[in-house]
Design a protein around this ligand. Structure first.
Ligand code: PGA
Length: 252
């Protein structure tokens, strides 16, 4: 039985006050010991303050990205040991916005995954195809390539302590979610790619769906056998929506 997992990716949103308010509303609304594992990923500059608000709560903190290098002369970057130091437990790598806007390729994503995990962070590895790739029937090949780049560097055992997020690029922030059946198909494929290396790890690894998840569609998507929760963007910025999504994951 895989424990459901729900993470909120706040992206570059909110002020210091907005984000603290959002956390307070989530803390009030969540049960003390939620069935699902709940994570929020605020912007870097708010991590420390929010980690203090989240202390001894059931919500864990994650970062949205990391530098692929350790400490040193990398102006503007934030490294894994710093994220750990301010209370992060999770780390998103390979988000499609990082891949598309900041030109992060598979090998850089793999290095970020590896360095984050070697500093004790649990990576949430995002994979997903563009609309063009889906229309050309390349979805399975694209997600396998993105995943294998990480597994070739980090090794299959790395997935015993990581989350995979399937996020079709065409569904992110568009209001157009993958249908539960489309999500299930790709999740099952991802699990089979992992199983080709290790069946036990494949059965245990959590694969979450992201892309226009909201309270209204979460239950249906999460009810698919290979969908273990969600990575939520826009809807994670509204406490009541996010709480409903968390509740949908718990009842799954
Ligand atoms: P969305 O974003 O829920 O706003 O579509 C998901 C994500 O980017 O992780």
């Amino acid at each position: 039985m895989r424990r459901p997992f729900v993470a909120g990716n706040w992206k570059m949103h909110g002020s210091r006050a907005d984000n603290a308010q959002l956390i307070e509303a989530l803390l009030l609304g969540l049960p003390n010991q939620p069935v699902a594992e709940i994570v929020v990923c605020p912007p870097f500059v708010y991590l420390w303050e929010l980690s203090r608000l989240l202390k001894s709560s059931s919500i864990a903190l994650g970062a949205q990205s990391v530098c692929a290098e350790s400490l040193g002369a990398f102006t503007g970057e934030v490294c894994a040991s710093m994220l750990k130091d301010v209370g992060c437990h999770y780390l998103i790598v390979g988000h499609s916005e990082r891949r598309a806007i900041y030109k992060e390729d598979d090998s850089l994503v793999a290095r970020k995954f590896f360095i984050g995990q070697s500093h004790g962070l649990i990576p949430i590895l995002c994979v997903g195809e563009t609309l063009d790739e889906r229309e050309k029937d390349q979805t399975n090949a694209v997600v396998a390539r993105q995943l294998n780049a990480v597994l070739d560097l980090a090794g299959i055992a790395a997935l015993s302590n990581a989350i995979i997020a399937y996020e079709p690029v065409w569904a992110i922030g568009t209001g157009k979610n993958a249908s539960p059946a489309q999500a299930q198909d790709v999740h099952a494929h991802i699990r089979s790619v992992v199983a080709a290396r290790d069946a036990k790890i494949a059965a245990a690894v959590r694969i979450v769906y992201g892309g226009s998840v909201k309270a209204a569609n979460a239950r249906e998507i999460f009810s698919m056998p290979d969908v273990d929760g969600g990575l939520i963007g826009g809807a994670s910025l509204k406490a009541d929506e996010f709480l409903k999504i968390c509740a949908a994951a718990q009842s799954h």
